[in-house]
Design a protein. Structure first.
Ligand code: AMP
Ligand code: MN
Ligand code: MN
Length: 319
């Protein structure tokens, strides 16, 4: 399908990360080079998050308004279900109803197989790895602009190659050989924040709670980022709080509750190794991976924390 299609629309999940957007842009550039009309988009937010702008080296990303109502060929990347496409989710049914194809490229265990062709490998470290396999099948040249996107997705989804096999490092080596500068690629993604981030961290981490007896006695640490705390900061500044909180030694599970709208808390959940927080998120209406998941709850903060705490009591054990 991808070898012949004259018009391809690629969608990353809402609030795209480097794996979702990098995978879409990498595949998009390759298809554009062989003459297809290609656009990459995502349901939210309106513009490419600042930290990801270095991935779109060719300007292939378009706003939601420029995505056709009925794309002839649709590819969804790094999205486990239709609702992860946000306002662009309606393109899935529209394309299928018109006789078009919907290709799902993803690595989430919880993937619902919502495409007409589903390439889902939950053993893949990142969707970027699946895209690299597709590019090789297509005989596409994997040069720096493409490799940079794949490297960004691979590095971030493996927490900088800590969840990795020898093959992961071999893939990384291939991408670096293609010209990727690891530090220049990862610094805007992982190590760059405005000064206001420091004050937000002080407030948010200062208010964190440790519950040693929660999470089946394995420990639960949580913190809230209220709308006022996040004022003037970027989504990626708020999303990075979980990576600090999760280093708490006394807690198997960490959660950051982010106030994304009034009475709306988007929760990032992380486990170290022993509890399946993907199942916890799913039981609350969200999803993700066993050790990293998310869900959006519509209620007050106390109720949101209570819901997660209580769901953790019945979380599947991983050993
Ligand atoms: P985050 O905490 O936003 O970094 O998300 C961690 C993981 O959970 C990622 O793999 C996301 O794709 C997934 N995830 C986050 N929120 C949701 C949701 N509402 N539904 C399904 N998967 C989610
Ligand atoms: Mn993702
Ligand atoms: Mn991913």
């Amino acid at each position: 399908m991808l070898a012949d299609a004259p018009d391809v629309t690629l969608l990353a999940h809402v609030n795209p990360d480097a794996d979702a957007l990098g995978s879409a842009v990498a595949l998009g550039i390759a298809l554009q080079r062989r003459g297809a009309t290609v656009r990459v988009s995502f349901g939210h937010p309106a513009a490419v998050p600042e930290s990801l702008r270095g991935l779109d080296s060719t300007g292939i990303v378009v706003p939601v308004e420029e995505v056709p109502a009925v794309p002839p060929l649709l590819v969804a990347l790094d999205a486990g279900s239709v609702d992860r496409l946000g306002v662009l989710g309606d393109r899935v049914a529209a394309t299928a109803a018109a006789g078009g194809e919907v290709i799902v490229l993803d690595h989430h265990v919880s993937n619902t197989r919502f495409g007409t062709l589903n390439v889902v490998d939950d053993k893949a470290e990142a969707t970027a790895v699946i895209v690299l396999r597709v590019l090789d099948e297509l005989g596409a040249l994997v040069d720096e602009p493409i490799a940079r996107c794949l490297y960004a997705g691979l590095a971030t989804d493996t927490r900088c190659f800590r969840v990795a096999t020898g093959a992961t490092y071999a893939t990384a080596a291939r991408l670096v050989e293609a010209g990727v500068d690891p530090d220049a690629t990862l610094r805007p993604l992982l190590d760059t924040h405005p000064f206001g981030w420091m004050g937000m961290l002080a407030t948010v981490l200062g208010g964190a709670s440790l519950e040693p007896d929660s999470a089946q006695g394995l420990g639960f640490v949580h913190a809230a980022v209220r709308a006022a705390d996040a004022e003037g900061l970027r989504g990626e500044d708020v999303d990075s709080v979980i990576d600090i909180l999760r280093t708490t030694r006394e807690a198997e599970v960490a959660a950051v509750f982010k106030e994304t709208a009034p009475a709306t808390w988007t929760v990032s959940l992380r486990a170290i190794a022993r509890l399946d927080v993907g199942a916890v998120a799913e039981s609350l209406g969200g999803g993700g991976h066993r050790l990293a998941s998310g869900v959006t709850l519509h209620c007050g903060l106390k109720e949101a924390v209570d819901q997660v705490r209580s769901a953790l009591e019945s979380a599947p054990s991983l050993r």
